[in-house]
Design a protein around this ligand. Sequence first.
Ligand code: ZN
Length: 258
Amino acid sequence: MIPEPIAYVLLAVFGLVMGSAVTALVHRVPRQLSWVRGRSACPSCEAPLAPRDLVPLLSFLLARGRCRHCGARIAWRYPLTELACAVWAMLLYLKVGPAWSFLPLAFWGFLLVALTWVDLDFQLLPDALTCPGTVLGIAAALLGPGPHHALLGVVAASGLLWLLAWAWLTFRKVEGMGGGDIKLAAMFGAVLGWPLAFVTLFLAALAGSVWGGTLIALRRGGGKTALPFGALLAPAAMVVFLWGDRWVNAYLSLFRHR
Ligand SMILES: [Zn+2]
């Protein structure tokens, strides 16, 4: 057995390394660049990055957030993504412990982080991320709560989004939701099961109304400005996985007789 503090240090390092892989995915998948070939380079001066530039978080801090060659600012999202993946790895372990489902769930979360950024940048949820994500989600469910859990979750989440997309198209003649959202729903529905999949949709819709309301208040958008819904769904699914069952229990206990 590994002592607990060391386990969490290893988890953080694992998450940071995967986080830097996630930033590479976010850069390469939407542009259809090869994921394996081609070295990472500074987006401004295109100087290839040396191994010392690729140490997650530390490189950013040591270079004070600037490229060593041209001095261009490095976007804060790189260290943020690495940090998010490290925190995910640690919180996930805190939740599921040394279970077989830990690894598929860890990568499921890393892909959700990638999908959040890709959707924000490109309003796109590529199959290259959602399809492996769904496979990982189903694998995690089979190792944990079982096939019924996964099936009900997928049908509930994807089914509801499909229905909404259909209704939007029929009654408002607007293509509100894309196929990408429906596939993303399958990815988190498989892991969360049906009650928590609905909680995720509700949470993302709530965040979307706050965001949309703020945009309208700032006069930056109208009622038809499309928000990247996937960028809300993906982090919502991670949060609900970690804490959703507590919220549901607290909510249900309101109605229980004492
Ligand atoms: Zn540069």
